[in-house]
Design a protein around this ligand. Structure first.
Ligand code: CMC
Length: 432
């Protein structure tokens, strides 16, 4: 972080305070209010964090106006087209793309950790079969700390690294187990000669009584979906992981907290809502009526998969998703899928409508992801699980970055208190 020559001046009760301004590599300047309370006895107020940088980070950069997403400086389009998820994990975790030797070693390390402790299978059996897979994920990922005691000392860099590798490696196994348990099929063990994404597909879709061959086009699509979801700066779940981790909690518990946050419909659940919306519209002819409802302020209907708090331009991930959708549908021989046709037409209509243009509402990553995952055979309840699997590397990289900060302190936001002022306890006999 560079300190610029600029300062910000703030006046309160006739007293003027000068605040330092920091400049990042790219992106807006940041006014440092660290000394504000000491100087003025006032806090700042920004409940949705719309103007607040909660930390300094070198991992992911988003320019919402231009529709840019960079992991460690590399554009998401290049990573998704030319790289793969294993490479992206290495990049997020260590800051640089791996050399061939580093990649080979990292891939082997991840592969070496894919199995989970056999006792974990019994843990799964304690859940009802109809439990939502995300509920199971929150519990089982948190429970990793009960199984891997040798990687919970966060003051030891090697233990932090092992915990990171374990989570990247075991999340696909746990996610597939949550799915298999949900549908009543036997767990399928990982196969370490398969790629990360192909292995995940076989753990989800293979059954012991049949030979299962992973479709390489679907494995590539899965891998790309993982790359697109790997990190997204300081969103709600990532901020949750950082805050939980700031107290010194073990990494498995922190990632479990992130999964819990991601489960909410305003965060990880939007692709499910987008798919439901496309199914409800059903046919391109019904789009004008739907758009009229979206534009009616009293209807409370939103065009799901459109709009974003940060992107005021085309979400770069949405473009890659759209391309991936075509590849998957073509491979599966269903390029005439009615939902894909509805999605295309809906996008075309919305992008030429002044309501959406004037509000800078563009497709986001969730507009196409639901239809791709459905076509690949995943039920809706697994969509957020897949998101959690892919985002784990982002969470763990952000957690690691925070823990390794020299002046790391517990996160402790303040508040604007609007409850009762001090009052005296009233004896029960004198109440009511
Ligand atoms: N459909 C119709 N109108 C919309 C939509 C939409 N999807 N999104 C925003 N608007 C309108 C909104 O009604 C408001 O209009 P007005 O100024 O006339 O009152 C204006 O646009 C600004 O909306 P906002 O709610 O203040 O914007 P926000 O930044 O708080 O909301 C959002 C961002 C993503 C919650 C919102 O765009 C939305 O609800 N989108 C649909 C859900 C969705 O697709 N979510 C996934 C987000 S991407 C996931 C990720 O990156 O992790």
């Amino acid at each position: 972080m560079a300190e610029s020559k600029k300062t910000a001046k703030l006046e309160l009760d006739g007293k003027s305070v000068s605040l330092p301004v920091h400049t990042g590599t790219i992106g807006p300047d940041v006014i440092d209010i660290g000394a504000l309370y000491k100087e003025t006895k006032a806090f700042t107020f920004d409940p949705g964090f719309t103007s607040t940088a909660s930390c300094e980070s070198k991992i992911t950069y988003i320019d919402g106006d231009e529709g840019v997403l960079l992991y460690r400086g590399y554009p998401i389009e290049q990573l998704a087209e030319e790289g793969d998820f294993i490479e992206t994990c290495y990049l997020l975790l260590y800051g640089e793309l791996p050399t061939p030797a580093q990649r080979k070693k990292f891939e082997q390390t991840i592969t070496y950790h894919t199995m989970v402790h056999e006792q974990m299978a019994l843990l799964f059996r304690g859940f009802r079969r109809d439990a939502h897979p995300m509920a199971v994920m929150v519990a089982v990922v948190g429970a990793l700390s009960a199984f891997y005691h040798d990687s919970v000392d966060i003051s030891d860099p090697r233990q932090r690294e092992i915990a990171s590798h374990r989570m990247i490696a075991k999340l696909p196994t746990i996610a597939a187990m949550a799915y298999k348990y949900h549908i009543g099929q036997p767990f399928v063990y990982p196969k370490n000669d398969l790629s990360y994404a192909a292995n995940f597909l076989q753990m989800c879709f293979a059954v012991p009584c049949e030979e299962y061959k992973v479709n390489p086009v679907l494995a590539r699509a899965m891998d790309r979906i993982f790359v697109l979801h790997a990190d997204h700066e300081q969103n709600a779940s990532t901020s949750t992981v950082r805050l939980a981790g700031s107290s010194g909690a073990n990494p498995f518990a922190c990632i479990s907290a992130g999964i819990a946050c991601l489960w909410g419909p305003a965060h990880g659940g939007a692709n499910e809502a987008a798919l439901k919306m496309l199914a409800e519209i059903g046919r391109p002819e019904n789009i004008p009526e739907f758009i009229t409802k979206v534009k009616d302020k009293n209807s409370n209907v939103r065009l799901m998969g459109f709009g974003h708090r940060v992107y005021k331009n085309y979400d770069p991930r949405a473009k890659i998703m759209q391309k991936t959708a075509h590849e998957v549908f073509e491979q599966l021989g269903i390029d005439q899928d009615p939902l894909l046709q509805v999605a295309h037409e809906l996008e075309r209509v919305a992008l030429s409508d002044d309501y959406f243009i004037s509000r800078k509402l563009y497709p986001n990553v969730d507009f196409y992801s639901g239809i791709i995952l459905r076509a690949m055979g995943f039920p809706v309840s697994m969509f957020t699980v897949l998101f959690a699997l892919a985002r784990t590397v982002g969470w763990i990289s952000q957690w690691k970055e925070m823990i390794e900060e020299p002046n790391q302190r517990i996160g402790r936001p303040r508040q604007l208190y609007t409850g009762p002022a001090r009052r005296e306890y009233v004896d029960m006999s004198k109440r009511g």
